[in-house]
Design a binder for this molecule. Structure first.
Ligand SMILES: O=C(CO)[C@H](O)[C@H](O)COP(=O)(O)O
Ligand SMILES: [Fe+2]
Length: 226
């Protein structure tokens, strides 16, 4: 199966929260493809961020790009439905945060969103084999979830290769997303290991010229996939 077109998804966890709509519009105008939207509940992870009202607010502000909701919450199902109603495009959750993974995936798809599973650095991919037909994206964490600005864990490269092999063997169009510590200087290696969807928060929002950073990321990806 041919690799999907690379997607750059800035994590608005590192955006200016006092000007969330404006900063999100700015990063999209600078060439970003998706908005990555981190939801933390101070229970599954030790941090607290945004609920469905923020997603709805971005849609009302005029953001039309795909909103990729990464749920770091437990339990999953009620909030997933809230985000589907609030305008999410895709919703991913951690399989260890729900009792019934298959049911949670199906509920997200029934609500009209793409569904995905997120694997922490030390979580094996085993469950994926049994729900491949209900998964539209697989997100691998390359940091422990809860905070932006952490360093990329190199063990994620091995896991990316493992996930890429499983996805290719399935014959389905499933995106392979990487999240945590992605920067201009490691994104090429990450692409070569099999990722096609790249979340980057601090590496984009902490630079003065978002367009230059995103262009540099694309150049690194293209150079490795050529
Ligand atoms: O899910 C996340 C943290 O749990 C964030 O998406 C991720 O950390 C992005 O931030 P950065 O690119 O700065 O590492
Ligand atoms: Fe995330």
């Amino acid at each position: 199966m041919s690799r999907q077109t690379p997607v750059i998804a800035p994590s608005i966890l590192s955006a200016d929260f006092a000007r969330l709509g404006e900063d999100t519009a700015r990063v999209l105008a600078a060439g970003a493809d998706w908005v990555h939207f981190d939801v933390m509940d101070n229970h599954y992870v030790p941090n607290l961020t945004m609920g469905p009202m923020f997603c709805e607010g971005l849609r009302k502000y005029g953001i039309t790009a795909p909103i990729d909701v990464h749920l770091m919450v437990e339990p999953v199902d009620a909030l997933a439905q809230g985000f589907a109603k609030a305008g999410a495009t895709s919703i991913t959750f951690h399989p260890d945060a729900t009792r019934h993974v298959d049911r949670s995936l199906q509920a997200i798809r029934d609500a009209g969103c793409k569904a995905g599973l997120v694997f922490n650095p030390a979580t094996p991919l085993d469950v994926l084999r049994y729900v491949m037909d209900k998964v539209d994206l697989v997100l691998l964490m390359s940091v422990n979830p809860g905070f932006g600005g952490q360093s990329f864990l190199p063990s994620a490269l091995t896991k990316l290769r493992e996930a890429r092999a499983l996805i290719d063997a399935s014959g389905r169009d499933i995106r392979l997303e990487i999240d945590g510590g992605v920067k201009v200087d490691n994104i090429g290696e990450i692409a070569a290991a099999g990722a096609d969807t790249f979340v980057a928060g601090s590496a984009i929002f902490n630079t003065p010229d978002y367009a230059a950073t995103i262009a540099a990321m694309r150049q690194q990806i293209d150079a490795r996939l050529r």
